[in-house]
Design a protein around this ligand. Structure first.
Ligand code: 3PG
Ligand code: MG
Length: 399
């Protein structure tokens, strides 16, 4: 890989230089209180930021949070993240209340060596995500003016062709941060020559998001286990009734086709937990997949499925897991996700957890993070990497 790294930049010396770091600080927030519910992505950039601080750089961090529509939207402010980042770094982080305006300019200008500033949400600016090269370029010019060098440590966003990811590195000397390097190193083991059996577990709600990765993985994997909300479209494709469960009707035919071509590699749930409503206290029961009542919806996989999936996982030497098996945020529907996570940790395998939600599930369920080989900070990014797609953020570092 012809990518320069943070160590190359440190070797040049960064003391007194302004280093613009693109991070992915897109952390989940509590809908009611706005509090950060999982700070894994903030922790994940500490090695890079710590090294730059230590080396005396003026560190300017930028990130997106959520999907604001190109204008300031207080519910997506990075203010709380600046506070948490400061706690974790053990030194206050100066927060700019805009991204490239007066506040950002004066915050960057006033930075002392070894200090860290965080700019307000990149997506408060239409130029960040614009499809128009000139509009994106103009915003990238403004951002690039804040750095003498650029570090990409936003693995979760490398699949986005956005100004801060794709256009800024074309304007500044650029390197990959520690997190991006580690993520690429790990995921390349899965696309290279994974030790077998190689078992992939996919969950989460949308089949349409996962189709491309299923297509790409089918020839490579030994087993593909499918749970979560997306399993109901597959069950429907097998001719079963799924009640009021999540269903992507226009994907049923595609799922049927995938099942036919899968050579029996795809394993689907045999039982599911069905509820009267999507609510933590809804009445619920476990039923076989051919007995889902028409008025109920599936919110988790059942114990027999967990047993079957666990048996498929136990001989695995390589495991990739993306997407929860059920609505793990509600204790009544968390057993499937917990069971599969435990089966993954018990297997004598190199295991990779991909995706914000699955990583958050691991932590929310109180599982030991160190019993997984690697917990990726990228959901869409890790899936697109496994699909073999060119990732704009990585391509930009290679140039
Ligand atoms: C993520 O959460 O997957 C990344 O932060 C990218 O966010 P996005 O899907 O809104 O681009
Ligand atoms: Mg995402």
């Amino acid at each position: 890989m012809s990518i320069r790294t943070l160590d190359d930049l440190l070797a040049e010396g960064v003391s007194g230089r302004r280093v613009l770091v693109r991070a992915d600080l897109n952390v989940p927030l509590d809908k009611q209180t706005g509090a950060i519910t999982d700070d894994g992505r903030i922790r994940a950039v500490l090695p890079t930021l710590g090294a730059l601080v230590e080396a005396g750089a003026k560190v300017v961090v930028c990130s997106h949070l959520g999907r604001p529509k190109g204008a300031p939207d207080p519910q997506f402010s990075l203010g709380p993240v600046a506070g948490r980042l400061g706690e974790l770094l053990g030194a206050p982080v100066r927060f700019a209340t805009d991204t490239v305006g007066d506040s950002a300019r004066s915050t960057v200008a006033d930075l002392a060596d070894g200090q860290v500033a965080l700019l307000e949400n990149l997506r408060f600016n239409a130029g960040e995500t614009s499809k128009d090269e000139a509009e994106r370029g103009a915003f990238a010019d403004q951002l690039a003016a804040f750095g003498d060098a650029y570090v990409d440590d936003a693995f979760g966003a490398v699949h986005r062709k956005h100004a801060s990811v794709y256009d800024v590195p074309a304007r500044l000397p650029h390197v990959a941060g520690r997190l991006v390097l580690r993520e690429v190193e790990v995921l390349s083991k899965l696309t290279g020559d994974p030790e077998r059996p190689y078992v992939v577990v996919l969950g989460g709600s949308k089949v349409s998001d996962k189709l491309a990765v299923i297509e790409a993985l089918l020839p490579t994997v030994d087993r593909l286990l499918i749970g979560g909300g997306m399993c109901f479209t597959f069950l429907k494709a097998q001719g079963l009734e799924v009640g009021t469960s999540l269903l992507e009707k226009d994907m049923v035919e595609t799922c049927r086709n995938l099942l036919e071509r899968s050579n029996g590699k795809i394993l689907l749930p045999v039982d599911v937990v069905v509820a009267d409503a999507f609510a933590p206290d809804a009445a619920h029961d476990t039923v076989r997949v051919d007995g889902i009542p028409s008025h109920r919806l599936g919110l988790d996989v059942g114990p027999e499925t967990v047993a079957g999936f666990s048996a498929a996982l136990s001989p695995a030497k390589t495991i990739f897991w993306n997407g929860p098996m059920g609505v793990f945020e509600m204790p009544a529907f968390a057993a499937g996700t917990r069971g599969i996570a435990e089966a993954i940790t018990k297997a004598d395998a190199f295991s990779v957890v991909g995706g914000g939600d699955s990583a958050a599930a691991v932590r929310a369920l109180g599982l030991d993070e160190s019993s997984f080989g690697h917990i990726s900070t990228g959901g869409g990014a890790s899936l697109e990497y496994l699909e073999g797609k060119a990732l704009p953020g990585i391509a930009a570092l290679e140039n």
